[in-house]
Design a protein around this ligand. Structure first.
Ligand code: PLP
Length: 306
């Protein structure tokens, strides 16, 4: 995307004019919080998926970092809708970000003003796992430990968390893999560099708790709600590295990646290396929910842009 409109501090500005100063605090000290949201072409027109939950997480991330965004959740929701409309795109990825600006350099961000921006662009398949949706992604366990909860509040979706993610992702790509699995300092599975992780073992789903350091993903929550509705049991519990190797199925979830089957971890094939039965079932139920085809979820989860 190199054109269109970006919402910046209350106004829609041209893509090329949505600029920041080089002395922006967040650029130097990673004092920003952000979101990733998707808008889908649903049965009754374009609709943003779980917009309120994403904006609430943005506000909560800000609160953790003493950052007053200066907008209510409702104002942020409207701003996201206005951004999508202004760009005239039916399906897109939406990126709200709040960050400390410039004026006073130094580690303390507080003297600087907070800015808020929202951009939207077409972003199709984010995590490529080879040809075809059923081909599983190839993962490696990262040599980088996921940030400890005693070091950063991992409940906040903060830009500061992503240097760790980027190191892990680049390491995986350079080693010929698609994505990294991150372990915490206790050696337990946390998540991938930018997705939550689930495994299926003996017919039951499991995903690590947020106390492991995993983000409370909106897609993770959606999958758990869908599983509950359709009678698939799901446990939130610690998962060890070797349990992943012997799982029947593993998949990743995230707004950008959606539901992505995992075919290999550290060169060990998971199941038959392709999307398993439960992964396929959950992926298609998730697809139905985001496109407004599942009445049980559409009212609570979809915000029409019209
Ligand atoms: C580190 C990390 N974990 C998990 C997720 C998945 O979260 P969500 O489903 O809310 O996009 C993301 C993406 O936002 C992420 O960056």
């Amino acid at each position: 995307m190199t054109e269109g409109k970006i919402w910046l501090n209350g106004s829609l500005v041209d893509y090329d004019n949505a600029k920041i100063h080089v002395l922006t605090h967040a650029l130097h000290y990673a004092t920003g919080v952000f979101e990733g949201i998707r808008c889908y072409k649903a049965v009754n027109g374009s609709a943003i998926f779980r917009l309120g939950d994403h904006m609430q997480r943005l506000l909560d991330s800000g609160r953790i970092y003493f950052m007053d965004l200066g907008y209510t959740r409702e104002q942020l929701e409207k701003a996201a809708v206005d951004t999508v409309k202004a760009n005239g795109i039916e399906e897109c990825y939406i990126r709200p970000i709040a960050y400390y600006g410039y004026g006073k350099m130094g580690v303390n961000p507080m003297p600087n003003k907070v800015s808020v921006a929202i951009a939207a662009w077409k972003w199709d398949e984010y995590l490529k796992g080879g040809d075809g949706a059923d081909k599983g992604a190839r993962l490696m366990v990262s040599s980088w430990t996921r940030i400890d909860l005693r070091s950063l509040p991992m409940g906040a979706k903060a830009t500061a968390n992503y240097a760790n993610s980027a190191l892990a992702r680049v390491e995986a790509i350079k080693a010929g893999f698609d994505e990294a699995v991150m372990l915490n300092s206790a050696g337990m599975v946390v998540e991938a560099s930018a997705e939550n992780i689930f495994m299926v073992k003996d017919g039951a789903l499991a995903t690590p708790p947020t106390t492991s350091g995993a983000l409370a993903g909106v897609t993770r929550d959606s999958i758990m709600a869908i599983a509950k509705e359709y009678g698939i049991s799901c446990e939130i519990r610690d998962i060890s590295r070797d349990e992943l190797y012997t799982a029947g199925e593993v998949f990743l979830t995230g707004t950008a990646a959606e539901v992505k089957p995992v075919g290999e971890i550290d060169n060990r094939t998971i199941g038959d290396g392709k999307a398993g039965k439960t992964t396929k079932q959950l992926r298609s139920l998730f697809e139905a929910a985001v496109h407004g085809k599942d009445k049980k979820f559409s009212k609570a989860w979809l915000t029409s842009i019209n």
